[in-house]
Design a protein. Structure first.
Lengths: 406, 323
């Protein structure tokens, strides 16, 4: 039985800011960048109107934003930041440090293309470049999910088996600046759901078991220098934590569903039960793709789709289970890997079927770079192209570009 | 400030940077930071930029730090400290801090302060975080093998400002970092030398006591990079002051502006100018300046350095109202 909720008209940015207001983290350190700016603007209003207890650090760069979050989180605070595109690129060095120091920071990313040419619109190149940084990456389809995920992220990040930072991704402008109805939980329900931050215990240099935090009574050295004698084990443990995150994300999703009535998992399938052709992708485009699939189904085409909600950790088992009976799969990538064989999502989806007895035909459709629109008609064209592949029984051109002037 | 710390106090105070670290023999940064930490007054958290001190004191599975310590990256000691400070304020506000107050110290070398970390430092100063930033200045990127930084002095040899047939060492002057920091109009800025340990420790204590950002710039001769025997570091750190290459001063925020004051060793020179030693006494014992003296004496370069030092000193005397 879910709790009574209030429907608010919020953009994606505002939905995230509102969720963070309810979470009331200890420290928010952020820097403005389009299209993320509204998050920090709204949050600043909450701070200046005394609606949160948060210490808001209006830093001089994104590098410092994440660095301040590292310092705050290591001191025991809940720390949040938000960025996009160039800002994320500037943070790149600290992304690895935050994840490797196992700091459960939450960061909202409003996905935007990388320069040059400078462009402010939606594209996933920014976070795809950070896919190996050790952060959990969740891509939202709409503002409702952005709100819900921003609350869930803390539970996932701080879970004792995880202890990793989380990126909550929304599509620039498509979600960040679009007003939607968002059902919001009461403040006390959010507080109850996220609870207090708990700290894992470690053996310190004095031989005592102490909380993993910078505490003058229990001194710890954090961010020490590791030679080849110790470094590798750190990385191995991060791999394990990332693997653990899969179950934790599902558990947290189920618990959240009980209070909100909205359930999220690692992937979301749409009309895949009998589908012969399917699209796989991230974010808001997969919402549009549902309409394309519905339209095609009216014409008798068995189209479906699988939205990858969690890209890191990569939900291999769920993807195989959902897609193993599909004849042809089109992987939509809003990102390009120069010189690579297709783009990241395609690469991984195609790779995981290598050991399977039944292999669907898998091709890559690169679309929407720099915010180029992907309307329903264009998605229908992609489905039709996939249908041809399914009929031919082979992939003739594995990597294609959609909606670009050649 | 209550009673001033004496050398006896420092000897009696327990070490917070413990022995067994892997800093070089005769390393002055290690001495300077060990001394500085003796001025710690209560619960304290340290953050350290990447550099010699960070690497050589925390080689896993060992640590030399007896207080909570965190290293994140090279250019972000100030922003990491800002985050720690914000966290402490937030925890205190919520009533979940078990201490009345926690002091925060950020430590960076010259590379991490003059160059790559300058933006983060300037931002943190402007925002007014209550922290003490200690710059241990060994005047080059020693950890990576003696490359020039914004803190390297004119004509000094480094591996990226070599003594060539055309260019004799570093062609640029040292950046006046402490003055630039002071112009941020923060509560407290000082320069210190480990050759004057009580002065150094009292400046650290004053920096900790200041409400808001404080900055203490410590000259730290490096036997490896400056090319001198490991037993001469303190002597050179003293000569830096005696020649006015590195005068000792403090600046405090008074009515919105910085009030500069010379510290006793430099004040003595200001009062009795003949105490000021010629700069070549400082340059001569250091291998990094040996090309100024051999194979032949480069009077032109020595003169240029002396004139530069004299001009800076005169300017400082004006700032302190002594000229």
């Amino acid at each position: 039985m879910s709790v009574k909720q209030k429907v608010l008209g919020l953009t994606g940015d505002e939905a995230i800011a509102y969720a963070i207001k309810q979470v009331d983290p200890d420290v928010v350190a952020a820097y403005p960048i389009t299209p993320q700016t509204i998050i920090v603007e709204r949050f600043s209003e909450y701070v200046h109107n005394g609606e949160v207890h948060t210490e808001f650090v209006s830093v001089e760069s994104e590098h410092s934003a994440l660095s301040a979050c590292v310092g705050a989180s290591a001191t025991g605070a809940r720390a949040f930041t938000a960025t996009a595109s160039q800002g994320l690129a500037l943070m790149w060095e600290i992304l690895y440090i935050a994840a490797s120091m196992r700091l459960p920071i939450v960061m909202a990313i409003v996905n935007r293309a990388l320069s040059a040419p400078i462009n402010i619109h939606c594209d996933h190149s920014d976070t795809m470049g950070a896919r190996d940084s050790g952060w959990i990456q969740i891509y939202c389809e709409n503002s409702q999910e952005a709100y819900d995920t921003t609350i869930q992220a803390w539970r996932i990040a701080e879970h004792p088996k995880v202890q990793l930072p989380v990126m909550v991704n929304i599509d620039g402008f498509v979600l960040s600046h679009t007003l939607e109805n968002v059902s919001t939980l009461p403040d006390e329900e959010v507080k109850k759901f996220i609870g207090e931050r708990k700290f894992p215990e470690v053996l310190n240099h004095e031989g005592r078991i102490v909380p993993l935090i910078l505490d003058p009574e229990n001194p710890l050295t954090m961010g020490a220098f590791a030679m080849y004698t110790h470094y590798f084990e750190y990385k191995r443990q991060q791999v394990e934590a990332m693997e653990n995150a899969k179950e934790v994300i599902k558990e947290v999703g189920e618990e959240y569903a009980k209070i909100s009535g909205r359930k999220y998992g690692l992937v979301h399938s749409y009309k895949l039960e009998d589908a012969e052709i399917a699209l796989v992708g991230l974010g808001s485009t997969m919402g549009t793709a549902k309409i394309a699939a519905d339209n095609l189904r009216k014409e008798g085409v068995k189209a479906g789709l699988l939205r990858i909600r969690v890209f890191r950790p990569f939900p291999k088992e769920e993807i195989i289970k959902n897609l193993e009976n599909v004849k042809a799969i089109g992987v939509l990538d809003r990102c390009v890997s120069f010189g690579g064989f297709g783009s990241p999502l395609f690469n991984e989806v195609r790779c995981i079927f290598y050991d399977e007895n039944v292999k669907p035909l898998i091709s890559n459709y690169i679309y929407g770079l720099g915010g180029r629109d992907m309307p329903v008609a264009q998605i229908i064209d992609v489905f039709k192209d996939l249908k041809k592949t399914a009929e031919k029984g082979r992939v003739e051109e594995p990597v294609k570009f959609v909606g670009v002037r050649e | 400030m209550a009673k001033k710390l004496t050398v006896k106090d420092l000897i009696e105070k327990e070490d917070l940077l413990l022995k067994g670290h892997r800093m070089c023999a005769g390393c002055i940064p290690a001495t300077a930071i060990r001394l500085a930490l003796k001025a710690v007054r209560g619960p304290t958290i340290v953050t350290n930029a990447t550099g010699c001190l960070e690497v050589a004191t925390t080689i896993l599975p060992y640590t030399s730090w007896a207080i909570p310590w965190i290293h994140s990256a090279f250019e972000n000691a100030a922003s990491t400290a800002a985050g720690i400070e914000a966290a402490i304020r937030a925890l205190k506000k919520r009533g979940s801090l078990k201490y009345e107050h926690v002091d925060i110290i950020a430590i960076g070398g010259d590379g991490g302060t003059y160059d790559i970390g300058f933006q983060a430092l300037s931002g943190a100063l402007e925002r007014g975080h209550d922290m003490l930033y200690i710059l241990y200045d060994n005047e080059a990127y020693m950890n990576t093998g003696i490359q020039r930084s914004g803190g390297t002095p004119l004509c000094a040899w480094t591996t990226t400002s070599p003594v060539g047939t055309v260019i004799p060492g570093k062609p640029e002057w040292k950046k006046p970092i402490a003055h630039i920091v002071a112009e941020h109009r923060i509560p407290y800025v000082a320069t210190a030398s480990p050759a004057y340990p009580a002065d150094l420790a009292n400046k650290i204590r004053k920096g900790l006591e200041a409400e808001g950002p404080a900055f203490v710039h410590i000259i730290c001769p490096c036997p490896r990079g400056w090319r001198f025997p490991p037993n001469e570091g303190i002597k050179i750190a003293r000569l830096a002051v005696q020649t006015c290459v590195f005068p000792l001063w403090e600046a405090e925020l008074k009515d919105g502006f910085m009030e500069y004051k010379l510290s006793p060793p430099s004040l003595a020179i200001a009062k009795k100018p003949k105490l000021k030693k010629p700069v070549e006494e400082y340059l001569m014992p250091q291998g990094r300046f040996s090309h100024l003296f051999k194979p032949e004496r480069r009077e032109d370069l020595i003169k240029r350095i002396q004139e530069g030092i004299d001009a800076e000193w005169k300017w400082l005397l004006k700032k302190t109202g002594l000229a």
